[in-house]
Design a binder for this molecule. Sequence first.
Ligand code: PNS
Length: 160
Amino acid sequence: MKKAIYPGSFDPITFGHLDIIERSAKLFDEVVVSVLANSSKTALFSVAERVSMIQELVGKYPNVAVDSFDGLLVDYAKSIDAQVIIRGLRAVTDFEYELQIAQTNRVELPELDTVFLTTSLNYSYLSSTIVREFASYGGDISVFVPEQIIPLIRAKYKKL
Ligand code: PNS
C-alpha cells in the first residue's frame, strides 16, 4: 500500500491543486491532502474552513482523505505512515524552493520520498495568492476555483 501526502496551505484550494489531487489519486493507493496549520503566513481561511472546503471537493475520490498537520512534515509523515510527499511544480521558479524542502525532508527522513507532478499547462500560472488578489478586487475567479467555494471567498472580502 503506497500512502502519499499532498501537503500545502490551500488558502484557498484552486483548480491547480485539484488537478494534482486527481492525478495523484490514480498513482497512489491512498492520498492524504493535508493543510498546514502552523504557517507563519496570515491566512484568509481557518484550517477548519480549508479542510471542510477540500473535503467537499474531493469526496468523489474514494482513496483521498483530508487532514491538517502542525509542525514538521517529516514528523507528520511518520505519524500517519506515509511513504511519499506529493508536490506540484508549475514553473522553474518553483524548483529551487521545492528542491530545498525535498532534500531537507529526505535528510531528516531518508525513507520519505518527494514526487513532483508537473502542473497541467492550463494551470501553470495559477496560485492561491493570485486567487486572493483577484478576489480582493472583486475580479472574476471562476476560472481559478470551483464554483462551490466562490461565495465563501467572496464573503471573506465583504467582511474586510
Ligand atoms: O502550499 P505551500 O504553502 O507551498 O506548502 C508548503 C509546505 C506546507 C509543504 C511546507 O511549508 C511544509 O512542509 N511546512 C511544514 C514545516 C516543515 O516541515 N518545514 C520543513 C521544510 S524545509
